[in-house]
Design a protein around this ligand. Structure first.
Ligand code: F6R
Length: 623
């Protein structure tokens, strides 16, 4: 949600900002803008600093056209993509915003909760505010805290500002009378900064905007203030004390954030899933299928034996990956397992304490609900583990232990390869916990581990059959409602398949545990409602088969996702897509792939904006 970029350096600032904003488009936004300050220098005839703000509703491409029509120049600038919260989607509400006297200009991610109170206190006549945003109030407040004493005084003003704002914010600020500097302040919303070998300083809400210039970054912590200049980066705490910050090396390279010849990021990411599984298992699973996470998790047998329960908490697709893992975990441990959506978990009165392993699953590591749930579990003394793709994320920095997904950057808003990585890591975690607690036999560990190692090849064989899924999409892209059904581990796969379809094609899709169909949703069935049934070869196959017959009796078209060699569905389903055989408990790793591709092709046929579906944001940083 919202993207921020800031740059000081020798390149064309507007180009760097636009490129940076484009690399953050996946975060979701409805308007975009930049501000560039042009300072007088010897080579220029400019007499006093000129602040150029260019902003508007719509995509970054439109901002780029505006800049092509009226170019701006300068050595430093800030940019923003806005996902509207306070005030409608208008040019005036788009960032950057200035204070009333235009002494400073800033961009902001997050929500300032006490902005009405501050607005009243600033006693500026209402009509003088240009926008409806909380951000303009921040600009005005900062201007009132800064008397014009230059860089040294600015740090004090930012300390005071931090003390006055309630809520979450990442702020990036330029002050007209402080040339060559950009200021950052963070609380709650992510902000990362970096300095290139060529003497360029950058800041952004996420690393893809910085990667073309440097892979060494500093993640700001809550309360941190950063000052960026062509000389380097300096840091202060919320109390105004000077700080030393460590750099994190990002092992993603810039080629990972382009489309690599694919038409869409989502298609690229679906096709990367075999590789994601391999990298998620590397150094964690031996060639014999034995799991060892001791390099990442310093847990002893005594720690594991002290746990009474495991809570797994997540949102959206990450929640569905957790539900898949729940079914596996409960077969190999004797612990009480509970999986919950983060937005509910924190409002329940659940037993959570030092005897709880609390696992937080979040691709971005920035999801507000998941972070709030983690803080609750931590405050109650639980051992907190993050399963995340982003090693420098807020979640990763707050927990006791981390298991990284190793999926590489996921740019498509709809999660695909990180779902795969989450399932892989959660399965390895399950095996490891079972092993530590002694509830897992070596033979079973090796049979699951050995089969996990084969899954990348099997996924790649599914990816060879994309043409078949495209044809299925042509057959069904005019449907307005879909039902997805599955039992056991296939139920969360049905949930994920329905979510993928609805978020990128805007077709209504509901998922049910197959046995629940006759308790209500069957009323919806008729020839216009396709039913997608996930029914790999397992103990529940016969029961799901009965549900297929029930759907067929109501003339609903049935698409079955089944195991290779299963001929039983040939006459029962209208279309069958086969996936390679595997252990029943591992079938989600295979059955989800055709569902992702099916959703992709339907959305493509409908002309939808697949990588940036309407209203959605990649990283949901508000509750
Ligand atoms: C769906 C999707 C979302 C996210 C959810 C949680 O395709 O991407 O449902 O899974 O917003 O995000 P993370 O995993 O970043 O916490």
């Amino acid at each position: 949600m919202c993207g921020i970029v800031g740059y000081i350096g020798h390149r064309n600032v507007a180009d760097v900002l636009v490129k940076g904003l484009q690399s953050l488009e996946y975060r979701g936004y409805d308007s975009a803008g930049i501000a560039v300050i042009d300072y007088p220098d010897e080579e220029k005839s400019v007499q006093s600093p000129a602040v150029h703000i260019v902003k508007g509703v719509g995509k970054v491409a439109e901002l780029k056209s505006m800049l092509a029509a009226s170019p701006v120049s300068g050595r430093q600038g800030i940019g923003h993509t806005r996902w509207a919260t306070h005030g409608g989607v208008t040019e005036i509400n788009a960032h950057p915003h200035s204070d009333l006297s235009s002494r400073l200009v800033l961009v902001h991610n997050g929500i300032v909760e006490n902005y009405r109170e501050l607005r009243a206190e600033l006693s500026v006549p209402e009509e003088r505010y240009k926008s409806e945003t909380d951000t303009e109030v921040i600009a005005q407040l900062l201007s009132s805290l800064y008397a014009g004493g230059g860089a040294r005084e600015m740090i004090g003003a930012l300390v005071a500002l931090h003390g006055r704002l309630r809520g979450s914010f990442a702020l990036v600020i330029m002050v007209k009378d402080i040339p060559g500097k950009i200021y950052c302040l963070r609380k709650g919303s992510p902000l990362v900064v970096g300095f290139s070998e060529e003497g360029e300083a950058l800041c952004a809400s996420d690393v893809p905007a910085i990667l073309p210039y440097t892979q060494d970054v500093v993640y700001l912590d809550d309360g941190d203030i950063a000052e960026l200049s062509a000389e380097g980066m300096r840091f202060w705490s919320a109390a105004g004390e000077s700080l030393e910050k460590n750099e994190t090396h990002i092992d993603w390279d810039v080629s990972m954030v382009d489309k690599g010849g694919y038409s869409h990021y989502m298609l690229k990411e679906i096709n990367e899933q075999g590789a994601v599984l391999r990298s998620s298992m590397a150094r964690r699973l031996s060639g014999e299928g034995e799991v060892d996470l001791s390099a990442e998790l310093p847990w002893t047998k005594e720690d594991a034996l002290a746990w009474k329960r495991i809570h797994i908490v997540a949102c959206g697709t990450s929640y569905y990956a957790s539900l898949v893992a729940e079914r596996f975990l409960e077969t190999i441990t004797d612990l009480d397992i509970r999986v919950d959506v983060a937005s509910e978990y924190r409002y329940r009165n659940l037993p959570v304490g030092p005897d709880t392993l609390a696992v937080f699953v979040s691709q971005s590591g920035e999801t507000a609900d998941t972070l709030a749930a983690e803080r609750l579990a931590k405050a109650r003394g639980a051992r907190c583990l993050a399963v995340t793709n982003v090693i420098g994320s807020t979640l990763a920095r707050e927990v006791d232990d981390i298991l990284q997904l190793k999926a590489g950057p996921e740019i498509g808003v709809a999660a695909t390869k990180t779902f795969m990585g989450q399932m892989a890591v959660l399965y390895l975690l399950s095996l490891y916990v079972g092993k530590l607690r002694g509830t897992l036999t070596e033979a079973y560990e090796k049979s699951v581990g050995g089969e996990l190692l084969l899954l990348p090849y099997k996924i790649e064989s599914i990816l060879q059959q994309q043409e078949l899924l495209y044809r299925l999409a042509i057959l069904h892209s005019d449907a307005r409602d879909f039902l997805f059904l599955g039992r056991g581990v296939s139920f969360p796969v049905a949930l994920e398949g329905a979510l993928k379809l609805k978020e990128i094609s805007y077709i209504h899709a509901e998922a049910y545990a197959a046995g629940e169909m006759k308790h209500g949703p069957i009323a919806l069935l008729d020839p216009r409602v396709p039913v997608v049934v996930i029914t790999p070869q397992d103990d529940l196959h016969e029961k799901t088969f009965s549900n297929i017959l029930e759907a067929k009796a109501r003339k609903a078209p049935v698409i079955a996702i089944a195991s290779e060699g299963d001929r039983s569905l040939d006459s029962a389903a209208d279309n069958v897509f086969n996936v390679p055989t595997t252990l029943p408990v591992l079938s989600p790793f295979l059955t989800v792939v055709p569902l992702q591709l099916f959703a992709f092709f339907v959305a493509k046929l409908l002309g939808c904006d697949i990588d940036q579906p309407r209203n959605l944001a990649k990283s949901v940083t508000v509750e």
